[in-house]
Design a protein around this ligand. Structure first.
Ligand code: PLP
Length: 394
């Protein structure tokens, strides 16, 4: 047998997505006939609204099957411009908008556009699993700042200031947060931006869950906080979560024009445009407003009901403490009182009770679990009952 030739240093250093891995394991168990309650997937359990699918199918039938402009078809970029104006009073031009194959790729290109080898990127933990790997793939170094439930998992200006070095290039912030569901207030965000401005940092603002928000919480588009904020912020959002379009792969970036141009040029060499007819589906999501609003409202009502139920049930379990979060579709309960590593807790939970959850350690925070409530009421009810039974054995 010949010795395999070595892989690149990039390939050797990459960690595969732990959330996708847990979800894949749960799906394989389900396919094998096991009754798994899955809380792992960061994916709405709803189907894409009909009018969005219909617009995509019509575009496909009309022959919208060719290459399109790399940063997206102009009507879609114009609709995104219109949406930012409507939502946040934020006035931008289409040349500041790039439509990419998924918000994940938008984040990666945003990092690649401004970070070079040797740069440091501050990532508050718990973080979305992909940021550290993206930073490493850009040759830069992730610097983690642990924020626990004593500060509602929120980065404070003092923590940010303490983490900055002469090499710091960027702050990554995710609001509403995956994995904690926490939502920063506008004032809290403004205080962080002030520090970023003082130290001349870029900000990657991941606003993927901007519309999945509950109670009286409000989304903040960081670029709207001030002219200085706008000049340094790369805003990422997309269609995956809000419109149940995860498989469509459509993410969006809004950035100062030179950064958007750099992102477009990199995308032109890496992937080209997002699937052309899929972009017409996304266009319908933004243009057929009444239908979209109604569909999103239905999903939000379900998410909110599940959030309240799951939160209440978790806190009834002796040994678990769970913050009531106000965004996305995740809860991040503290399980440290059981004295188990989160990964061991999750493995045993899956093996004994067939409940799939992702360990907090995957998000840089030991002692927690991430539970997604973007799954049916029935699975949530049965899953949390099994979790309680499991905890009682520890
Ligand atoms: N940002 C956050 C915080 C996410 O949770 C996700 C998806 O899990 C993404 C970005 C990427 O979304 P997409 O499916 O559009 O690539």
């Amino acid at each position: 047998m010949t010795t395999p030739l070595p892989l690149s240093s990039w390939a050797q250093n990459i960690s595969p997505s732990p959330t996708l891995a847990v979800d894949a394991k749960a799906k394989a168990m389900t396919a094998a006939g096991e009754d798994v309650c899955g809380f792992a997937a960061g994916e709405p359990d709803f189907d894409t609204p009909e009018h969005i699918k219909a617009a995509c199918v019509a575009a496909l039938k009309e022959g919208k099957t060719k290459y399109a402009p790399t940063p997206g078809i102009m009507p879609l970029r114009e609709a995104i411009v219109g949406q930012y104006a409507e939502d946040y009073g934020y006035k931008i031009n289409p040349n500041q908008v790039v439509v990419s194959p998924g918000g994940k790729f938008s984040c990666y290109l945003g990092i690649l556009a401004v970070c070079s080898p040797g740069d440091e990127v501050i990532i508050p933990a718990p973080y979305w699993v992909s940021y550290p790997e993206m930073v490493k793939l850009a040759g830069a170094t992730p610097k983690y700042v642990l924020c626990d439930d004593t500060t509602e998992f929120k980065l404070t200006p003092a923590q940010l200031t303490a983490a900055i070095t002469p090499k710091t290039r960027m702050l990554v912030i995710c609001n509403p947060s995956n994995p904690t569901g926490v939502v920063y207030t506008r004032a809290e965000m403004a205080a962080l931006v002030e520090v970023a401005v003082q130290h001349n940092l870029y900000i990657l603002s991941d606003e993927m869950y901007e519309r999945l928000i509950y109670d009286d919480a409000k989304p903040t588009c960081i670029a709207t906080l001030s002219a200085e904020a706008e000049a340094r912020t790369i805003v990422v959002a997309g269609f995956s979560k809000t419109y149940a379009m995860t498989g469509w792969r459509i993410g969006t970036t809004v950035a100062p024009a030179p950064i958007a141009k750099a992102i477009t040029e990199m995308q032109s060499q890496m992937s080209s445009n997002v699937t052309t007819f899929a972009q017409y589906g996304a266009l319908a999501a933004l243009m057929e407003k009444d239908k979209t609003r109604a569909a999103v409202a239905l999903m939000l009502t379900a998410f909110d009901r599940r959030r309240k139920f799951l939160h209440a049930e978790l806190n009834k379990i002796s040994g678990i403490i769970c913050l009531r979060s106000q965004g996305a579709f995740y809860l991040f309960p503290n399980i440290s009182s059981f004295g188990l590593k989160a990964a061991d807790f999750c493995t045993r939970l899956l093996e004994t009770e067939k409940v799939a959850a992702v360990p907090g350690s995957a998000f840089g925070a030991e002692g927690y679990l991430r539970l997604s409530y973007a799954t049916s009421d029935d699975i949530i009810a049965r899953g949390v009952e099994r979790l309680a039974r499991f905890c009682a054995t520890l």
